[in-house]
Design a protein around this ligand. Structure first.
Ligand code: NAI
Length: 425
């Protein structure tokens, strides 16, 4: 998705502060993003922040958790930066985040995962992982079509499946429905390939459990390859085609298996074989992928996957680089994108000025990149990198770093701004 078809000079950004630690990390994030824009463009580009409301603050002001004015503002300005929202307790809306995604048709959850030196990670070479995960956001077992054991609906569905289709389901079962459509799968994979081409990444891996769930996850894989060939033929080559072109490197114990069962060197640039396509498309079965990402992380790059796999994989990858609390994220549709902290409201530390604002700040950097303000985005990312490398961090990270200085949320934001340096031309 290209923001408004061109790079703007002036940008109105609606923001939702969020609940709990939201106000503290949003304040830090806005200061850091403003500083980066100022440093990168010297006043020629500017963000105008516009507060919109959701969660507890909206309930106080409008009497509802997700007012229509908020949705309208995000539609109008096409982007928003969002702090974490507390899930309202006691009925009504199930989750504000799910409601936002549904209302705005934000069908892709995008999670870049990279290592920042200085952060303590559980693996030996965390820097080898640098992936961007595109998780389908609207379907799969997450669409909320489910019925409790013994409910009228569950009994009805069980009767139908047993009587009409001889399914043999136990009477005391709860029922959940998994749906995966061709249209939703293709638009997700398209977005991932467009991103890979635009950012000159080397491969897109379709992660699925199609060996078992053939007509949902298996179909996701088929549709993924189909759309790659239909829409991006000029730019993509499949791993199988590489293999058939004789471009395969000698086999070794490192080789993965695509689901056609053939060995193929994963994630290698096709150019290395003298083939001019930009992006290699391959696929991996989800359980194998969890091994691959640990054993050979640098073989993977952009990942496209259905909802459930994506949920697990995003957190597993973030944990691998020690960054579950700092991983940024965005929920993106054809016309709109909401950039948000991936953690919750942390009520246990709210109001103490000790929360880590990195997730929201790095989501803000994704937003800058999304609108084409790449220089400002790079400044934010390198400032985070330098600051954490200097072992300046909030207490959650500092407590496990050697010789670290624990900083408050606002002091950490100041340190980022101080460490923000333009690269020499
Ligand atoms: P949580 O992510 O808020 O907190 C889990 C633990 O991580 C806590 O110990 C907390 O102090 C710590 N933590 C989280 N973010 C931190 C940060 N930036 N800096 C330092 N420490 C941090 O998860 P929890 O407790 O399960 O959920 C609390 C509320 O947040 C719930 O109402 C939940 O529904 C909501 N939530 C909202 C999300 C969103 O808006 N995207 C995502 C996850 C939860």
């Amino acid at each position: 998705m290209q923001f408004n078809g061109s790079v703007p000079e002036y940008l109105i950004v609606p923001f939702i502060e969020g609940d709990g630690i939201g106000p503290e990390i949003m304040d830090a994030a806005r200061r850091v993003l403003d500083a980066a824009v100022q440093k990168a463009y010297g006043g020629d580009r500017i963000i105008q922040w516009k507060e919109i409301f959701a969660g507890e603050k909206a309930k106080e002001k409008y009497g509802e958790y997700l007012p229509k004015e908020t949705l309208e503002a995000i539609r109008q300005y096409k982007i928003a930066l969002k702090g974490p929202l507390q899930t309202p307790v006691g009925g009504g809306i199930r989750s504000l985040n799910v409601a936002l995604r549904r209302e705005l048709d934000l069908f892709a959850c995008i999670r870049p995962v990279r290592y920042f030196p200085g952060v303590v990670a559980p693996v030996r070479f965390p820097e080898r992982l640098n992936v961007v995960i595109f998780r389908e956001n609207t379907e799969d077992v997450y669409s909320g079509i489910e019925w409790r054991k013994d409910s009228m609906e569950a009994q009805k569905v069980i009767r139908f499946l047993n009587d009409e289709l001889s399914c043999g389901i136990k009477d005391d079962s709860g029922i959940g429905i998994k749906t995966i459509s061709e249209s939703a799968s293709k638009r997700l994979v398209s977005m991932a390939i467009e991103y890979a081409i635009a950012k000159k990444r080397k491969s897109v891996t379709l992660v699925h459990k199609g060996n078992i769930m053939k007509y949902t996850e298996g179909a996701f894989r088929e549709w993924g390859y189909e759309v790659a060939k239909e829409k991006f033929r000029e730019s993509v080559i499949t791993e199988k085609e590489l293999h058939e072109n004789g471009g395969m490197k000698p086999s070794s114990s490192r080789l993965g298996r695509d689901t056609d069962g053939k060995n193929a060197e994963r994630g290698m640039r096709s150019a290395e074989w003298g083939i001019s396509k930009e992006i290699v498309i391959n696929d991996r079965i989800a359980d194998n992928m969890f091994q691959q990402i640990l054993l050979h992380p640098d073989d993977y790059d952009v990942i496209a996957t259905p909802n459930l796999n994506g949920d697990y994989l995003s957190d597993a990858c973030a944990a691998q680089v020690g960054g579950l609390g700092i991983a940024p994220g965005a929920n993106v549709g054809d016309n709109t994108a909401v950039f948000e902290a991936t953690h919750g409201t942390a009520p246990d530390i709210a109001g103490q000025n000790i929360a880590n604002p990195c997730s929201l700040i790095l989501s803000g950097a994704m937003m800058l990149e999304h609108i084409g303000w790449n220089e400002a985005a790079d400044l934010v990312i390198s400032a985070v990198s330098v600051t954490l490398k200097n072992r300046q961090a909030t207490i959650d990270l500092a407590s496990s770093m050697e010789d670290a200085t624990p900083l408050t949320t606002s002091d950490f934001a100041d340190a980022l701004i101080k460490n923000m340096k333009l690269k020499k031309q």
